[in-house]
Design a protein around this ligand. Structure first.
Ligand code: KG4
Ligand code: ZN
Length: 400
């Protein structure tokens, strides 16, 4: 049995996940139990249901992860768990179980920030493909710009790994909704499935991205300095007063603009009528015929325009931040990083600007526990263990 094995446990939102990763570089197993079916009918995550589902899934998910890795608790060197940010009740299920296992087996416990986990998903993937190795890793001493873009977050960090230890500073963030949240809300409004990202991703190529000219206004910092924002849970996780307004995001406006467009063009009843047809589908349509059977052309155009605008805004601000901070390497991670148009446009822009851009695999983009075990490895090596009184921190911030 190899040494340096960490069992990662993740339960911050609606996936119960466990994974065994060797030295932050080789995934022996990664098991994700999704609660999508539970939350789909509500069009969003219901916190009480999430906690209940985590309670049901945590023991079998951890057992399966150990079995698939071909190891037992006795082979582990440490246990890592997401301590925040996320839903309090959901986080507590993973933390309580991880603490009990660590106590029973006398193993060190490592607390991992979920956002740091998303960043390490890219590094884990690069180590597994050989793009990062112990020989090339010192190169990561140069700072990277990480865009964490998911259902709960749209955050830009400057991250620096020196001698295996990573430090982070916040560069930009959303003032209200996360980008993935906008995808989910727009999909719900249009009578599409939950989560909305994969549906919009699949349907957008069949619409005209220039049909509806959505615009992102320059975000004004005065609003939050006056104490009027941030308003949402997602916005509470980090301070914003000192951030450059050029790197602040806001996605609640485009959601309202889509709603107005739907009302103005009478797309509402058509969206409602789509719901039963949607439920009969096993997944998003892949061909133009199937897309048109589900949505008329004006709706496909709206979807394409929405996605084009959101990704344009993410791209513009991320590359502006990289330029301003003189950073040559960008990591894009989180659920929205699985989007095909996002990857294509970020990759093209990076090539043009002479920068590097990297993403995790699709499995590592959305929530998983391999990224938690990978992020824990440098902390294990540095002896940074969680206190016995570790508890959930729903608004845990990353870095300074
Ligand atoms: O990282 P994740 O699994 O959970 C959070 O930490 O939030 O991200 C989930 C989010 C959802 O909002 C979902 O709609 C979005 O990621 N998402 C996508 C795609 N796949 C998932 N958004 C756009 N395109 C996709 N292909
Ligand atoms: Zn996440």
């Amino acid at each position: 049995m190899p040494s340096g094995l960490i069992l990662g446990i993740e339960s911050s939102c609606d996936e119960t996940a466990a994974a065994v990763v060797e030295r932050g570089a080789r995934t022996l197993s990664s098991v994700v139990a999704s609660q999508i079916a539970t939350h789909a009918r509500y069009g969003g995550v219901v916190p009480e249901l999430a906690s209940r589902e985590h309670l049901r899934a945590i023991v079998p998910v951890v057992r399966t992860a150990l079995a698939q890795a071909g190891c037992t608790l006795a082979d582990l060197d440490a246990i890592a768990v997401t301590s925040g940010p996320g839903l309090a009740g959901a986080l507590l299920v993973g933390i309580t179980y991880a603490k009990a296992l660590a106590f029973a087996r006398n193993l060190p416990l490592i607390a991992v920030n979920h956002l740091e986990g998303h960043i390490h998903a890219v590094l884990l993937h690069e180590r597994e493909t050989g793009d990062l190795s112990p020989q090339t890793e010192p190169a990561t001493a140069l700072p990277v710009l990480a865009l964490v873009v998911s259902g709960g977050h749209t955050h830009l960090y400057r991250a620096k790994g020196a001698h295996g230890t990573w430090s982070y500073s916040l560069v930009g963030r959303t003032l209200d909704d996360a980008a993935g949240e906008a995808y989910d809300k727009v999909a719900k409004l249009l009578g599409l499935g939950y989560p909305g990202g994969p549906w919009i991703d699949a349907l957008a190529p069949f619409g005209n991205p220039r049909a509806v000219p959505f615009a992102f206004a320059h975000v004004k910092t005065k609003l939050h300095l006056a104490g009027k924002a941030p308003r949402t849970k997602a916005a509470k996780t980090a301070p914003i007063a000192n951030l450059d307004p050029r790197f602040l995001f806001s996605f609640s406006g485009i959601k309202t603009a889509v709603l107005r467009h739907v009302e103005l063009h009478d797309l509402r009843s058509e969206a409602r009528a789509r719901v039963p047809a949607m439920l009969a589908l096993s997944g998003p349509p892949q061909t133009q015929e199937a897309a048109l059977a589900l949505c008329p052309q004006p709706t496909l155009d709206l979807i394409a325009s929405f996605q084009h605008a959101v990704i344009g805004d993410l791209k513009k601000k991320t590359f502006a931040a990289a330029e301003s901070l003189a950073i040559r390497r960008i990591l894009v991670t989180g659920g929205v990083a699985s989007n095909r148009e996002l990857r294509a446009r970020f990759t093209a822009e990076a090539a043009q600007a002479g920068l590097e851009v990297a993403y995790p695999t699709l499995e590592l983009s959305t929530d998983n526990a391999a990224m938690i075990a990978a992020a824990a490895w440098p902390r294990y090596a540095a002896g940074e263990f969680a206190p016995p009184g570790l508890t959930a921190n729903p608004s845990l911030a990353l870095g300074r």
